[in-house]
Design a protein around this ligand. Sequence first.
Ligand SMILES: NC(=O)c1ccc[n+]([C@@H]2O[C@H](COP(=O)([O-])OP(=O)(O)OC[C@H]3O[C@@H](n4cnc5c(N)ncnc54)[C@H](OP(=O)(O)O)[C@@H]3O)[C@@H](O)[C@H]2O)c1
Length: 287
Amino acid sequence: MSEPTIGILGLGAMGSAIATRLRESGYATTVWNRTAAKTEPHVKAGSTAAATVAEAAAQSDILLVVLLDHASVREHLEPVAADLKGKVVVNLTTTTPNEARSTAAWAAEQGLTYLDGAMMAVPEMIGTPASRLLYSGDRDAYDIALPALETLGAADYEGQDAGLASLKDMALLTSMYQMFDGFMQAVAMMRTVGVSAAETAAEVSGWLGAVLPHTEQFAAVIDSGDYSGGQSVDFTRAAVGSLITAAREQGVGADFLEPLMRHLDELSATGRGGADWISVNEQLAIK
Ligand SMILES: NC(=O)c1ccc[n+]([C@@H]2O[C@H](COP(=O)([O-])OP(=O)(O)OC[C@H]3O[C@@H](n4cnc5c(N)ncnc54)[C@H](OP(=O)(O)O)[C@@H]3O)[C@@H](O)[C@H]2O)c1
């Protein structure tokens, strides 16, 4: 069987890296971008340029959508639903889980073969062992597209619910941003005594590397639902209270820590000060 032809909608940083990788892996590629000039280097390198999304669809067995956001995806796919019939559409654009589900439901109504994806990578990582992409939704679409998708990075199928890849993406990105928040706070505190961000970065990487494995112990407690042991809420309130005071004493805001403190205060005020502070996880459920 001959290799499927691949269309790439969107030649921003990510779409370009993906088109380049697929081309270099031997796939025939057709590229479309809103700003047509961005297709030029790809055409020089061997891709075909499509003037419209419909034209890209006509020339492709598999269509990878790498646009900015959910709105831009729907704006460009909805008018060409008929042209997408019989193709495998893989949407790699970052969306929320519900946006992914909504596009999957729309695709199902149109009789389209649709897979949602999330890229745990930056453009420079595409095609390297550091790149991982998550997929969810139509299993057949995944199986058909897999050989091409695997050229982009490790591929993981999360399940039939089209929102699952995006959900994991958002959860992992949330943990990343909150970790980086912590780094920003540490830098702000150390800069008050003239320590460079570079020095603090080295300290923070070492420290976080040492403590990160504790997430596994925390997870065991959360999965058991038994918050009777461990470091208590009240002990942690005192510790986090000191961090907030220390930041303020240095003339630095403690904005990222204050929400944690509010949850610990609430646990304490409702008679749960003796419980493992990891029970703060339960506070995040919207009541
Ligand atoms: N860059 C990363 O590190 C990274 C990592 C993971 C996931 N992602 C996700 O990958 C997707 C693409 O990111 P990127 O880094 O390639 O972004 P980018 O460099 O800003 O490129 C955005 C692309 O979307 C197109 N676009 C924007 N609005 C549009 C609209 N209304 N209609 C048609 N096309 C539109 C742009 O076209 P024009 O050229 O015409 O402006 C361009 O091709 C995003 O969903 C992003 O969240 C990116």
